[in-house]
Ligand binder design. Structure first.
Ligand SMILES: C[S@@+](CC[C@H](N)C(=O)[O-])C[C@H]1O[C@@H](n2cnc3c(N)ncnc32)[C@H](O)[C@@H]1O
Length: 138
């Protein structure tokens, strides 16, 4: 929501969650901002079941706990990487240090086949690190 409100002010977001209840809560939160609500859709799907659809986006944000364990997360990243559009960007949330007790750590070597753009580890109250990669254009 912070990105959509303050940085990507005209971007449309398709938010996917496997849990309909999570989407219901998210819809209610976003409904308080009419402008934002127009740009936010919430759909219930398992990301592992989406294929061609993933090729429609310029940028995909993968939430921290989509894949609770590292092996599961790597599998999900591989699936997204297979179907996302060439040249599009994937933002993966990771963790460093003691924060790795809470969230799976994704490192550069877990992102084979992608071009690494940046890794950012915050040192303030923000918990998640961010790894930004691009699917190469062949
Ligand atoms: C940290 S919460 C993120 C909540 C919120 N959607 C957000 O992005 O701020 C992680 C969410 O990932 C969802 N999730 C886990 N595995 C998933 C999958 N395979 N496909 C889609 N959503 C999944 C969970 O239901 C949970 O709501």
């Amino acid at each position: 929501m912070i990105m959509a409100t303050h940085h990507m002010k005209s971007t449309h977001f398709d938010n996917v969650d496997i849990d309909e209840k999570a989407n219901d809560v998210a819809r209610k939160i976003v409904a308080s901002d009419a402008e934002l609500a127009k740009r936010m859709k919430f759909e219930t799907h398992d990301v592992m079941k989406l294929r061609e659809r993933l090729g429609e986006y310029d940028c995909i944000f993968l939430a921290a706990l989509v894949g609770m364990k590292k092996e599961e997360k790597i599998k999900i990243i591989g699936h997204i990487g297979k179907y996302m559009k060439e040249g599009s960007v994937l933002l993966v949330r990771s963790a460093k240090g003691a924060r790795a007790f809470l969230y799976p750590v994704v490192e550069e070597h877990d992102l084979r086949g992608f071009e690494l753009l940046t890794i950012f580890h915050p040192n303030n109250e923000v918990i998640n690190s961010v790894v930004l990669v691009r699917k190469p254009t062949f």
